[in-house]
Design a protein around this ligand. Sequence first.
Ligand SMILES: [Zn+2]
Length: 283
Amino acid sequence: MIATATAVVMFVSISIYLGTMTSLACMGKGGTPRADDNTIFSPSYIVARHKFLESAQKTGSNIHSIRHPDSGPNDEPLYIDVAYYGSSDDTRALVILSGTHGVEGFAGSAIQTGALLDGITTRLPSGTSLIMIHALNPYGMAHIRRFTEGNVDLNRNFRNHSSTPPDNLEYNALANAIAPSSISFRSEVISWGRMIGFILTQGKTAFQKAVSSGQYAHPSGLFYGSRQNTWSNDTLRTLVQRYLYNRSRVVIIDVHTGLGARGNAEIIKGNLCMVRLLCHRLT
Ligand SMILES: [Zn+2]
């Protein structure tokens, strides 16, 4: 949590390892699948968007859609959709984000839709607005990939790009092995050989850190943060200005998948890049 002169912002990232989408279908009390298990989960971005908008309309939320410049795999239009429930006089806000990492948006979307259908808007504390941001990275969600249209790992894109980005020397050393310029049996053998060699000499933890801690030097590589704002980054900044400028207290929940024990939520606090962005916008 970061306190500023006028606002308090808490940013929470929740990661849920759910296995397959059909098995994740929320369990009722005692682990018994509910009869309506599959209603909030979707096989595609388009279906997920439809379910989210429909559930938002049922709550009487105001809907705001921003068109993405690119299209989905079937040339369908892509959007970030915002469902806003509250009053401009509200001093507090709960923000729930889905799809920062594209394909992970299927779980986040289901949680948003499920929360709306479950009556979350009727249980908000007084003076609190609800802002649901659906598919922050709609390109990634529609194309079933983690990264944006520019191969950017979105949560590593929220930084001041006028300063020099952090270096990742270990990734640099392995860049051609992690993402070879061409795929062939020979390149596979060479890549695996170099990566195994790195693990044997530096250790598994060092390898994991080299690969997954992000990098800003290889645009076609993994976990690339980019040296300029993505469309999703700019759009989120616009939404922050529009919906959060007058709040004194904000809680943000950004839903991810992939970490933690299967079926459990793991709460990760302290994504300071995004917190700084929001605090900057609030003060
Ligand atoms: Zn994620």
